[in-house]
Design a protein around this ligand. Structure first.
Ligand code: URA
Length: 234
């Protein structure tokens, strides 16, 4: 593929901007600037540098973030900074979107992709993907709270009771629950309907993919093949 098209596909601007970057000597392959925008390269396993920063060619971008509280899952945030401000600009420019959303005050595992099928696969309610949350509660709870969530709770706009597929109290004020739907404020509304109150919420797993211990809040990383396979193992 021509270098200009490669750099464009990876989010470094319009074709014209990418051509200008290359002609200005800002794009290197194997540590050598390449000045011809039309020069062809095999994209498989291709590493390149733009303005001294190293990148790996990816046909599609799949990544995970440990979302910090205080960020909105929107490109046009209303009151708080956008989670997209935590990603490098070429990644944002190539059009990644979050796979579903977490509330502004929630934290934890959030996926992004620029592949519509991937986004649909992992965000569609119909696919019943299990998601595990830890909910820190405002008051001590007894086992009855978990039992009510497992039995199913009624929510205003839902015709049928919604139940947690797994739920346990880890501590009197710390609940871990698994849900398979992706509705607005679902966990907070379910816990409220069961008689509790969520003060803090973190998603720790989607399918079989756990939030890595060494991914600090605000950090992100690419999803490799093993991580994508793990997702489907949930
Ligand atoms: N349920 C909620 O209530 N909030 C989230 O951010 C995610 C699930």
């Amino acid at each position: 593929m021509q270098l200009e098209r490669i750099i464009h596909s990876q989010g470094f601007g319009s074709r014209k901007e990418c051509r200008a970057l290359i002609r200005a000597g800002m794009v290197s392959i194997d540590d050598e600037p390449v000045l011809d925008p039309k020069q062809d390269f095999a994209t498989e396993s291709l590493n390149f540098e733009v303005d001294g920063e190293r990148w790996h060619y990816r046909e599609q971008a799949h990544l995970m973030m440990n979302k910090p509280p205080g960020y909105e899952c929107s490109r046009q945030p209303q009151c708080h900074p956008s989670i997209y401000a935590l990603l490098p600009w070429p990644v944002v420019q190539r059009g990644v979107q979050s796979v579903g959303r977490l509330d502004q005050d929630s934290s934890g595992l959030l996926l992004f992709s620029d592949d519509g099928q991937f986004i649909h696969r992992w965000s569609s309610g119909k696919k019943q993907v299990p998601k595990i949350y830890r909910a820190w509660l405002g008051e001590d709870a007894g086992g009855a709270l978990a039992d009510r969530l497992l039995a199913g709770v009624g929510l205003n706009d839902e015709p049928e009771p919604i139940r947690a597929v797994a739920c346990r109290l880890i501590e009197p004020r710390l609940l871990e629950l698994t849900v398979t739907e992706g509705k607005y404020h679902l966990v907070k509304r379910m816990v409220a309907a069961a008689g509790g109150h969520v003060e803090r919420l973190r998603r720790i797993r989607i399918g079989g993919l756990a939030l890595p211990d060494d991914l600090a809040e605000g950090e992100w990383r690419w999803l490799d093949e093993a991580a994508i396979a793990a997702l489907a193992d949930g």
